[in-house]
Write a protein that binds this ligand. Sequence first.
Ligand code: PLP
Length: 510
Amino acid sequence: MKPTAARTAADYLKKILTARVYDVAIESPLDAAPVLSRRIGNHVLLKREDLQPVFSFKLRGAYNKMVHLSPEQRARGVICASAGNHAQGVALAARRLGCTAVVVMPVTTPKLKIDAVKALGGDVVLQGESYSDAYAHAMTLQAERGLTFVHPFDDPDVIAGQGTVAMEVLRQHQGPIDAVFVAIGGGGLVSGVAAYIKAVRPEIQVIGVQTTDSDAMAKSVEAGKRVQLDDVGLFSDGTAVKLVGQETFRVTRQLVDGFVRVDTDAVCAAIKDVFQDTRSILEPAGALGVAAIKQYAQQHGLKGRTFVAITCGANMNFDRLRFVAERAEFGEQREALFAVTIPEERGSFRRFCELIGPRPVTEFNYRISDASLAHVFVGIGIHKRDEAAKIARSFERHGFATLDLTDDEMAKEHLRHMVGGRTALAADERLFRFVFPERPGALMRFLATMHPTWNISLFHYRNQGADYGRILVGLQVPTADEPAFRDFVASLAYPCVEETLNPVYRLFLR
Ligand SMILES: Cc1ncc(COP(=O)(O)O)c(C=O)c1O
């Protein structure tokens, strides 16, 4: 980067106005988000950079940098280091400009992204375990082969290319805008956006957004100097940067009005919000702006404002969706988790079920482990976070000791999958898998038909939003009860498969 290339907001304004991006980029729509807007009482607009040809804004900066190279530089070719969206932007820009692009990626890069870069004609070199290793190798290759390095963020031409996003926003929405929320990794996008907005409509707040576990820019601005993080969370991989750029730090520090840090659950909830309004799925980094709007409006008690979120990317691995869907419920504060202790005595289980009443049960896990007490891991659908405490108090009032696990990371991530295990108390246990149509109250009706004729010694259920609920149940059936039990199974309206002889049951549960 040439430090003197663009020093003032006026320089950047000119660079952004003369940036060339539309040979590869589209002018993305600025869409309303009516469902979210209604819910939070503010007018939310989404700048749909997830709809770009490589599913992120990154091609704007890469192309603007590369189109401004001299013909000789382009003839020698370019190089970049990236594990993600920048790589795709550089490869697409190179194809468009007819030059070669070497893309150095860490060996850990998902195949999906390697294939995407190769499909765009990029010459992929896999080197090192991390981005820093790949970067160091790219520097070596650059020197050896006389290539031009295309930085993912710390370059005035890259910053200016990203700034064209703000130029479009202000053209697309000429009414009042209170604030624009921008995800920050190395700071290229926020620098370009802030440079343009502060030059043209300085009354609009520019808010940078980071995840709580990858907040190098917020920390650097707070410290008044660039701070290098030892480690960064990788969930929002597009913004996982340990050290921000020199130029991006300078511009951000000067022009960005504030920062919001959001956690993983809030990001997952924001992915769901955007899906509900657009039927599109963002990658985590792409949803930071929306997560921040919700948090910011709530914290400051704001209503009736107009907020813009740049939905900046959609390169989402499909296999991450399960995690996102699971955590979105917590981020939305729509699910509460409890460990409830129930006396192992007739009628107490039914009393517990009655207390839950018509609330949706999202999870029910139990394994007999004590002759006199049953510890049940239960998930319940709620509307607001404070309902969890109310439910816990109601359980306690009725004599059921309760732990509220709604904010317990270990419970959410691990323990829910680990309730179970071998026990000497499961004599005469038979194991069954049941399937029943998933509808409100169905689980509670199922439990009522099971109990208390035979003791339930194991129960596992998780609502996965599927058409059918799937339950694993252990019932203690003495041999003498066999004929009665057979009649009972035959009378059930639910299809069931006996799993008592399944070898995995023997290995882990008996
Ligand atoms: C989807 C997405 N959002 C945000 C960012 C962060 O951009 P910057 O490094 O310019 O801050 C990136 C960077 O790759 C990204 O891919």
